[in-house]
Design a protein around this ligand. Structure first.
Ligand code: ZN
Length: 408
């Protein structure tokens, strides 16, 4: 046990633009969008999932029970394109990259979600959800061409008066981001430019599934997360999360679908969006090709604790540029921490430092302040502190439980 107790972690909510309590009752529910498994975990991914891991750790320290679901986009255009480009079966590619992602996360001591769901295994539930939306007049078919071609299905956003509230963007920006991030605003016949695809009818050369009354096809991106999150968790969920590039259209759309499916005005209490990591002048992304992979760093002998400490040395909401020297800084800091905290000699009390770490984490997961609290204890004058043989052990346990860094 770590002495003392933490407060309810408040996190910055994009919907209201305020710090809000991340949990209200005895159970905390979190849904985070997982990766599209076609390339190994890069540092930008790792940084995103570490932020949610810190939230889970703060909740556990608080004593609430955590229900954490993560969706995995194991069929998607970029995955299929990548498989074609390298001449590999898309399912094999998805399976191998999913395994690599999970082992990278385990190496970084990210506590795995309770429910890990892929899109492929969720197709029957997605089909049922889309059928329900059509029956309720919340979705419509496009490109219907007789019984052989039932057409694609789109959500009718005009049926959702709250659409747009999550991101708070102007219509012009919505339109631009929708086009940039996988949308098809110019497709003729759509009722509104932003209406998102729910079901894509089978095309030659593409994988497809039995869509019952929808006909063979595959799901659209946003409905996947709406169905996985509302199936695995009980709406309203406390926190919906993912990288900040998912705010629009993905989270705006998936929350709109969840409103339509659950009938709840607010199926998500608040959202949490870690910032983007840049490298060599641009956001770290597959399309730019400026990626640093966790697996490569581990293979080079970089310690997972140093990667973790380096990535949490900046606040999760900050956009920042990776320089590379962060790893050496983290290694040096870990050595100082191990040296000061790991020794068995009496070291005074660490209760003040532990309280500071907890307070920092409860304040929007302020890891720089938590790290500064440990540094302060490590650099402090021992004679000023009450002597106790347990001080180092208590602080070690707190750093392990709250920051996920094992010093022994
Ligand atoms: Zn998602």
């Amino acid at each position: 046990m770590i002495p003392g107790a933490g407060g309810v972690p408040a996190i910055y909510d994009d919907i209201t633009g305020q710090l809000r309590p991340s949990v209200e009752g005895e159970v905390a529910q979190l849904y985070v969008c997982g990766v599209t498994p076609y390339d190994a975990t890069h540092l930008g991914h790792a940084r995103t999932y570490l932020a949610f891991d810190l939230l889970v750790r703060a909740w556990r320290d608080l004593g609430v029970s955590v229900r954490y679901a993560q969706g995995l986009t194991d069929v998607d255009d970029p995955l299929l394109e990548r498989a074609r480009a390298i001449g590999q079966d898309w399912q094999q590619l998805a399976a191998s990259q999913t395994a690599l992602y999970r082992s990278d996360m385990a190496a970084l001591r990210v506590i795995p979600p309770d429910f890990y769901r892929g899109v492929v295994e969720t197709v029957p539930a997605i089909v049922a959800a889309v059928e329900k939306m059509i029956d309720s007049g919340l979705a419509y078919r496009l490109g219907h061409d007789g019984p052989s071609m039932l057409g694609d299905v789109y959500a009718d956003l005009s049926q959702d008066p709250d659409f747009g509230a999550l991101s708070g963007l102007t219509e012009h920006t919505q339109d631009r981001l929708f086009a940039e991030r996988g949308g098809d605003p110019d497709r003729p016949g759509k009722r509104h430019r932003l209406d998102p695809l729910l079901w894509r009818a089978a095309r030659p050369g593409e994988p497809s599934w039995d869509g019952r009354t929808l006909g063979p096809g595959r799901p659209g991106w946003h409905i996947e997360c709406s169905v996985i999150s509302t199936n695995e968790l009980d709406a309203p969920i406390d926190v919906l999360g993912g990288g900040s590039d998912l705010v629009f259209p993905h989270h705006e759309m998936s929350t709109s679908h969840a409103r339509m499916l659950t009938g709840q005005a607010a199926p998500v209490r608040l959202t949490m969006h870690p910032g983007m990591l840049a490298y060599a002048g641009e956001k770290m992304s597959k399309s730019v090709g400026n990626l640093i992979f966790v697996a490569d760093l581990l293979e080079r002998g970089v310690s997972p604790a140093a990667i973790r400490l380096a990535l949490i040395s900046r606040h999760y909401r900050e956009d920042w540029e990776w320089r590379g020297r962060e790893l050496a800084t983290a290694e040096a800091r870990l050595a100082r921490w191990r040296d000061a905290i790991g020794s068995v000699k009496p070291q005074g009390s660490s209760q003040g430092a532990i309280a500071e770490i907890r307070a920092a984490m409860a304040n929007d997961l302020d890891t720089p302040a938590a790290i500064a609290a440990v540094d302060g204890w490590v650099n402090g004058a021992p004679l000023e502190r009450e002597r106790s043989p347990y001080a180092g052990a208590d602080l070690r346990r707190a750093i392990d439980a709250l920051l996920g860094i094992k010093l022994y």
